[in-house]
Design a protein around this ligand. Structure first.
Ligand code: 13P
Length: 248
């Protein structure tokens, strides 16, 4: 399975800054193509700029959220068609900051994921436990709940258009990366849950790791069993550091 190296720029970068970073990533990839799929999840205002900078390059553009309706009276929200019109191929759903800062429920995350897929976007469902949940021995139960409510069923095969990002909440933006044992344990659990739900095709759904990934630890993380990619926040804001991770 092709690995995925993805950047989540969160609420950073003006359009100009986004264009410059994306152009630098595209230039690096044109000199030396990557064997991995490369995606940048840009803020809404910069999606079209990033997609334009990536035109003709192997990198793809994604959005960080979506509302599960075609159109309508949903002030402040954005539809799959609007994202596609701006140039997004992928969307993140259920990112930890949306769940914990913006109080998004498992149920809403599930509706967003299913609707995005139905409308032709590729979806990357983010899951992960808090420190409190991990310390209470509830890792697998939390992952199971988030996967079961977030995983779309009955909308055709998911291979090639769906991925899971495991991001332990306690490792996001904290500099505290999960150790190899913790990553192996969680990714094996996600793989088991995916196969339990989807049968054999669960083996072909990419599982990305996210949480304080840096150029220095990317090589080790990407080499672990069941780690099919990386989702990078802080270290993806700088083109050089993101490209270093792509090459790790
Ligand atoms: P950091 O890489 O900054 O820890 O962020 C991880 C993340 O949330 C990516 O979606």
């Amino acid at each position: 399975m092709q690995k995925i190296i993805a950047a989540n720029w969160k609420m950073y970068k003006t359009r100009q800054e986004a264009r410059e970073t994306a152009a630098a990533v595209a230039a690096a990839l044109s000199g030396q193509p990557s064997p991995h799929e490369v995606i940048v999840f840009a803020p809404f205002t910069a999606i079209a700029d990033v997609a334009a900078a990536f035109a003709g390059s192997q990198a793809l553009t994604g959005a960080q959220d979506v509302w599960p309706a075609v159109e309508g009276a949903f002030t402040g929200e954005i539809s799959p068609r609007m994202l596609q019109d701006a140039g997004a191929a992928w969307v993140l759903t259920g990112h930890s900051e949306r769940r914990h800062v913006l109080d998004e429920s498992d149920e809403l995350v599930g509706r967003k994921t299913a609707f995005a897929l139905e409308q032709g976007l590729k979806a990357m469902l983010c899951i992960g436990e808090t420190l409190e949940e991990r310390e209470a021995g509830r890792l697998e139960a939390v992952l199971q709940r988030q996967l079961e409510t977030g995983l779309p069923v009955g909308d055709g095969p998911l291979e090639g258009r769906f991925a899971v990002a495991y991001e332990p909440v306690w490792a996001i933006g904290t500099g505290k990366v999960a150790g190899p044992g913790e990553v192996l344990e969680a990714h094996a659990a996600v793989r088991r849950l995916l196969c339990g739900r989807l049968g054999d095709s669960g083996h072909r759904i990419p599982i990305l790791y996210g949480g304080s990934v840096k150029p220095a630890n990317a090589g080790t993380l990407i080499g672990l069993d069941n780690v099919d990619g990386l989702l990078i926040g802080g270290a993806s804001l700088d083109a050089q550091s993101f490209v270093q991770i792509i090459r790790a």
